[in-house]
Structures are given as structure tokens and as C-alpha cells.
Design a protein around this ligand. Structure first.
Ligand SMILES: Nc1ncnc2c1ncn2[C@@H]1O[C@H](COP(=O)(O)OP(=O)(O)O)[C@@H](O)[C@H]1O
Ligand SMILES: [Mg+2]
Length: 348
């Protein structure tokens, strides 16, 4: 993937009638996109339109995650356009070695165990208790230090053994893992380089919420750790950085609400590794409570009609204190910020 300027056409500027173009990999800001708007306002359509343009210009792998229904998994023309393999969880498991690299050193085993514990905590409706957390980390460190390709069933068995050996009463950690392992969420076949090197559409229609969240949080952590091992993506003479992977998340609201550290790291830390993150969710309020630093890493906010208006989000993402009326936007029209100026754009 060579470095070159990547311009995306968002639609037609309502004031000037010119095409509204955004430079995805310009200098001094992030290539991340937040698309917002009420149901049926055009978020998914906009996201797919931008992804198609990127694919056309670069052939970059796209990991398109439908965190809501199975909507995007049942569109063969979309899979063809993105050159993507469709993975419908849990009918087919995610073919990724989620814990890859844990066996490199005792420190990596510890870090992966801590990440797993944090992901399980965020995935479960009632989270983990302060007693359960260190227990999970201690129990899993030896297993993670030992080898690669660990499936979730081995995580469960290791924890069961640890509980038995230490005379600990059965609790939600074991019961929830047993429930999740009724499904095959992932099978550790591919290395992160192999898995993230190809376009995929991931959908979770048949998986319960807690399983869906755990699978995605483990995936975000795995991607974060993988990107950390990579050198910086090259830039051309004008500082346009090559993009190596786009992670696009539709129906991202529950993932944003969980404030998972892995997703936050993908948004904040990996521009230099050639990662771009696109997220679509219903409302600017979905970003309420994220750090300012996080919102500053949204290079392009796009908002279709919505009644919700979080002031903090408007200030941070749209650089505007007032005067932006999202509730009055007509169908197909969005508000965005191009070159620091709020613009109304006809997208469709
Ligand atoms: N390629 C397309 N051509 C024409 N209409 C479309 C296309 N894709 C979606 N639509 C329509 O545009 C509207 C917005 O769809 P969508 O992007 O799925 O909304 P959202 O994701 O915000 O819920 C819907 O009425 C949908 O039927
Ligand atoms: Mg949608």
C-alpha cells in the first residue's frame, strides 16, 4: 500500500453546489470518521459509499463490523465490492488467534491476561467483582505464556481447574463462559497479520449481546497489539500517510457505551500505523463521556438528522458552540466540518 492523497467525495455542498471533498490522510488530523443520525437517516449508506471510494483508490483491506443485526452480511454485491469474506457469528466463528503473541514473554502473557479480564468485565452485563478480576488474571497467565492458538474453551477449562484447585466457589465467571462457549465465537486459525490483511464482513445476528461484546472486545485488543508490533506506515513527500487497514463499525452504539479501552486505543493511537476507524451510530450523545482526546481523533464528523445534541460533542467534533441545527436536516443532507468550516452536504 503506497502513500498518496486519498480524497473522499461526501456529496454536494448545499451552499456552493461544489463537490464536498475530504482528504482522509492529510497532515495534522486523524483519518477517523464518526457518522451519526437517527434510524433510516443514511448512516450505513454513507459509510458504504466512503468505503467503496477507498477500496477503489487503494484496495485497502476493510474490516466491516455489523454490531447490530445481520443487515450487512446478506448483501453479496457488498461483499464483492469490498472483496470481503463474510463471517456470520456464531454460525461461522471468527478465524483469528485472538491471544496471538501472549507466549512471547511473561510480560506479554500478563498483558494479554489483563486485557482479557478487562474485556470480560466490559462484556458482561454486571461486570466482574474486585475479587474476580485478579483471580482471572492469575489463572490465565500460565496458559497464555505457554502457547499460541488458545480457544475460548481452553480459557474456560483453565479457569475451572483454577477454581477447583483453590477451592473457590463457582461464580459468574465460570457460568458466563460456559454460556458463551455454547457458541463458537472464534477459532484461532489465522495470525493477526493474516486475518487483518484481508477484507471481511463480520456480523453477529445470532449471537447474544454478551458474546457479541466479548468477541469484539477481544478482536479490538488483538488488533491493538498487532498494530503495536508494526513499523510506521510510510508517508509521501507531502506527508500523506499510507492507509493499511480500515475498521468500519456499523451500529457502534453499544460498543461506544461500554467505553472499552481497546476500541478507544484504536481510535487514539494507531494513525501512524495506517489504521482508519469509521463508526456509525445514532447520536452525537453516543460519544458523551469519551475523553476530549478521543473526540479530537475524529477527523471527520458527519451528522444526519437527529434530535439529540450533546453540547460537549458538538463543541469538540463540530468546533461549533451553536447555530448547528441537526433536527432540521432534510433527508439525505448531513452536516460536517471541512477545512474547519461547518458545511451542509447533500449526500444522496
Ligand atoms: N444504495 C441505495 N440506494 C437508494 N436508497 C438507499 C440505498 N441504501 C439505502 N437506501 C435507503 O436510504 C435510507 C437510509 O438508509 P440507511 O443508510 O440504511 O439508514 P441508517 O443506517 O441511518 O439507518 C433508507 O430509506 C434506505 O432504504
Ligand atoms: Mg444503518
Amino acid at each position: 500500500m503506497t502513500a498518496k492523497p486519498l480524497w473522499l467525495n461526501l456529496g454536494t455542498n448545499r451552499e456552493s453546489n461544489d463537490p464536498s471533498l475530504w482528504l482522509l490522510n492529510g497532515r495534522g488530523y486523524s483519518p477517523n470518521v464518526a457518522i451519526m443520525g437517527q434510524a433510516g437517516s443514511g448512516k450505513t449508506r454513507m459509510m458504504l459509499k466512503l468505503l467503496a471510494q477507498l477500496r477503489e483508490q487503494t484496495g485497502v483491506p476493510v474490516l466491516l463490523i455489523d454490531a447490530g443485526k445481520d443487515e450487512l452480511a446478506d448483501r453479496p454485491e457488498l461483499a464483492r465490492e469490498l472483496g470481503a469474506v463474510v463471517v456470520k457469528v456464531p454460525k461461522s466463528p471468527i478465524p483469528l488467534d485472538m491471544f496471538a503473541g501472549s507466549d512471547v514473554s511473561p510480560e506479554s502473557a500478563r498483558d494479554v491476561a489483563m486485557d482479557f479480564c478487562a474485556s470480560l468485565d466490559k462484556a458482561l452485563k454486571d461486570g466482574l467483582t474486585d475479587n474476580q478480576k485478579p483471580r482471572v488474571v492469575e489463572a490465565l497467565k500460565p496458559l497464555l505464556a505457554q502457547r499460541r492458538g488458545i480457544p475460548l474453551t481452553d480459557i474456560q477449562r483453565t479457569l475451572e481447574q483454577h477454581y477447583e484447585d483453590n477451592g473457590i466457589k463457582e461464580d459468574r465467571v465460570l457460568s458466563s463462559l460456559r454460556m458463551m462457549n455454547q457458541y463458537s465465537l472464534f477459532s484461532p486459525e489465522l495470525t493477526p497479520a493474516e486475518f487483518f490483511g484481508k477484507s471481511r464482513i463480520l456480523a453477529f445476528g445470532g449471537a447474544p449481546d454478551e458474546s457479541r461484546r466479548l468477541a469484539l472486545f477481544l478482536l479490538f485488543d488483538a488488533l491493538h497489539r498487532h498494530l503495536q508490533t508494526l513499523p510506521e506506515a510510510p508517508m509521501d513527500a507531502e506527508f500523506h500517510r499510507a492507509v493499511h487497514l480500515v475498521v468500519a463499525i456499523d451500529e457502534a452504539r453499544p460498543l461506544l457505551a461500554a467505553k472499552h479501552d481497546g476500541l478507544s486505543k484504536l481510535v487514539r493511537l494507531h494513525r501512524s500505523h495506517g489504521l482508519a476507524v469509521f463508526m456509525a451510530s445514532q447520536s452525537p450523545d453516543d460519544y458523551e463521556g469519551q475523553s476530549d482526546d478521543y473526540m479530537e481523533q475524529i477527523g471527520l464528523p458527519i451528522c444526519f438528522k437527529t434530535n439529540a445534541t450533546s453540547t460537549a460533542v458538538l463543541n469538540n467534533m463540530f468546533k461549533a458552540r451553536r447555530g448547528l441545527n441537526f433536527a432540521a436536516l432534510e433527508p439525505g443532507v448531513c452536516l460536517t466540518v471541512l477545512d474547519g468550516v461547518a458545511s451542509r452536504v447533500s449526500a444522496f
